[in-house]
Design a protein around this ligand. Sequence first.
Ligand code: AMP
Length: 398
Amino acid sequence: MSAFQSHNFSGQKALIRVDFNVPLNEKFEITDDNRIKGAIPTIQKILKDGGSVILMSHLGRPKDGPTDKYSLKHVVNHISESLGGVKVDFANDCIGEEATHKAAALLPGEVLLLENLRFYKEEEKGDEAFAQKLSKLGDVYVNDAFGTAHRAHASTAIIAKFFEGDKKMFGLLMENEVSSAEKVLHKSERPFTAILGGAKVSDKILIIENLLGRANHIIIGGGMAYTFLKAQGKEIGSSLCEEDKLDLANELLAKAKSKGVEFHLPKDSVIAEKFDANANTQFVTNDSIPKGWMGLDIGEEAIKDFGQVILSSKTILWNGPMGVFEMEKFQKGTRSVADFVAEATSQGAFTLVGGGDSVAAVNKFGLADKVSYVSTGGGAMLEYFEGKELPGIAAINK
Ligand code: AMP
């Protein structure tokens, strides 16, 4: 059993760093509550033990201190509903008299949410004095904010030093995120296939390099594929291309070859005359994209090729869409890959979807519960797979 699961929170005040940085519309309604849902089991375990909970989070990127738009007061009711009606109190400032008073007065079974941590610039600076003030609010520190684990901020990393070894731990969400990522990176059943997509090669260079030593197959789709195709001498028309990464693309292809990793690039594309949902389209192979046309999705041959690899894999990591899946004409590639990943899961593969847009894609296609794990942390998951030590994890492990 983990430190969190075996800890009895009875009579204790748990200060939990959650990631409630959820998207809100103009009416301040939450349009995707996965991050809140993800932290509920952690909160419930503490309340069930007879402990009380102080929640702290950031929301958005406030530049100039307190701003109504970024107030966490907008999510109080949603948290309460997600907890089955448990009342959630709110402190209008994350430190200071009100927070101190409300935290001290909390009774077992009660929940308090603190105002946005990023209303203080000290949060992102990792300021020690600010972290210490926060630490005084609780008896135990629980980090359940995987989405910000790659930041060395006051509430995600620095604060841990103010708690003894047995008084700081990961929450259940963080444990799940870390164990799923570890399963893929360090304990993968073979064949292990990484599917990478999205717009830019430059965002994914480090992850590709790290995976070259671990994966059996690397599938590349999305806009980033065209830089690789051009590097191989193909005509890519006006498709996305990072000219300054052509040499690097060839180096990565050569490295993959020398390490025995099979690199799969799309053989064909759905091309469009312009970047537009209603653009004229054609299917072409990837050595003949006409001038002025751009590849916005992988084609039928690529779907077939990628499907074969995915369905024969036992471990799958998927980060980034295969095309401009936000537009209907260019969503088939991403949708098909999502279907293949779901099918591989039903055949016993361990499948992890991580990174903002592929997560958005599996949600859009209603497949989130048909894969093994959907990560709540885009940037954090990417950095984990780049092989970096995440400060939020290191602060507790040390
Ligand atoms: P990223 O944030 O790098 O994962 O990129 C995700 C974005 O890449 C999505 O908004 C997609 O619409 C976009 N994208 C995927 N494939 C292409 C493509 N072939 N051309 C242009 N944009 C693309």
